[in-house]
Design a protein around this ligand. Structure first.
Ligand code: SF4
Ligand code: SF4
Length: 351
């Protein structure tokens, strides 16, 4: 993260001046894995070259966007990934890179941190090697991810976050995964996988596998696990989710309801590799960052069209979007996240 002052500025701009707070920038759809809950690796969009990414950065700067998450596919497959990071860093954005953790090397992390990368997210859904390989459609993922976490801890000063997609496959393991992540000096992000019982409700980037759904009988187990996670949060384990997000996650498991006051397309949006823009990643590209997007974003037509799209969506539990909204709108969540940054700075997490 950049300074607290920059965070506060981004917040004010998003809350009172309709600036986007958070942008997911898919720099590639290529991936070396084939995860069961993912559709991204099945597509092959053209990728913007560095010059086009610079044009996009200028537009995002003009919109006064704050945070950019560089994602994919697997962003480390781009040979120019350090140049992309450097460019976005030079434009003053707060940057985080999302990776599956299988291609991280000391040389790459050194180059990325030198380019200005401070924060990284690595995916890890289970500590069971066999299950993890099944989810990712590959081999020996656990060792590679563990090695990546160690490398990141050695070279990176910002937040190292481990993204855990919660499904019927890993629910009972969550406290152990959190302890593992904590022992690596990283922060756990616990997010229900975007996988609804009705296949028709999947989105552009999200896949579907029936084995990952929760059975009705799983609720007592889920309640027990989330109660333990809440206790771990109180004991200052490194858990990045806000209490409110954890609470609404549990409500979602209890009721199946996930509607919320979504502001997709305004407070946050996604850019696909070819410059396509969508309010969030359940939608295909609807606009293009290179086609007059600065003016378009500020037009009434744009607001109307994204509002219309949101109204047609039944909701989601996607952590990035919901936490962004909570951070902007909910005072208690803001205080809690600030406390987290402070704990990191002062080293007062659970020992
Ligand atoms: S979830 Fe991420 S790592 Fe897995 S296939 Fe999709 S893009 Fe690749
Ligand atoms: S609720 Fe909003 S962020 Fe979530 S899937 Fe629907 S439009 Fe996207």
């Amino acid at each position: 993260m950049k300074t607290a002052m920059e965070m506060a500025l981004g917040l004010i701009r998003a809350k009172y001046f309709s600036a986007p707070f958070y942008v997911h920038f898919y720099v590639t759809e290529r991936c070396n894995l084939q995860c069961k809950m993912c559709n991204i690796w099945k597509r092959k969009s053209k990728e913007m070259i560095l010059k086009e990414i610079e044009q996009s950065a200028k537009i995002l700067k003009g919109l006064k966007a704050q945070h950019i998450v560089i994602t994919g596919g697997e962003p480390l497959l781009r040979p120019d990934i350090s140049d992309i990071v450097m460019l976005l860093n030079d434009y003053g954005f707060s940057i985080r890179l999302q990776t599956n953790g299988t291609l991280v090397s000391e040389a790459k992390i050194k180059a990325l941190t030198k380019a200005g990368l401070q924060n990284i997210t690595i995916s890890l859904d289970t500590l069971d090697q066999r299950k993890l390989d099944w989810i990712c459609g590959s081999k020996d993922i656990l060792q590679k991810v563990e090695q990546s976490l160690d490398i990141a801890a050695e070279y990176m000063k910002g937040f190292i976050v481990v993204n855990i997609a919660v499904s019927g496959i890993n629910i009972s393991e969550l406290p152990d995964i959190i302890r593992f992540v904590h022992s690596k000096g990283a922060y756990a992000s616990i997010v229900p996988v975007h996988l609804q019982p009705d296949k028709s409700d999947q989105g552009f980037c999200y896949g579907y596998h029936p084995k990952m759904l929760f059975s009705k009988e799983a609720l007592p187990e889920i309640e027990k696990v989330y109660a333990e996670i809440m206790k771990m949060k109180t004991k200052a384990y490194r858990i990045i989710n806000s209490r409110k997000f954890l609470k609404v996650s549990l409500d979602y498991f209890r009721t199946g309801k996930y509607s919320w006051n979504c502001r997709a397309g305004e407070r946050f949006f996604v850019i696909y590799p070819d410059g396509g823009v969508a309010p969030c990643d359940i939608f295909p590209p609807l606009f293009n960052i290179k086609s007059n997007f600065l003016e378009r974003f500020r037009s009434d037509d744009y607001s109307e069209s994204v509002r219309h799209l949101r109204e047609g969506c039944s909701g989601c539990m996607i952590g990035c979007w919901r936490e962004t909204n909570l951070f902007i709108d909910d005072w208690a969540t803001r205080m809690e996240q600030m406390q987290l940054y402070l704990r990191k700075k002062t080293g007062t997490h659970h020992q």
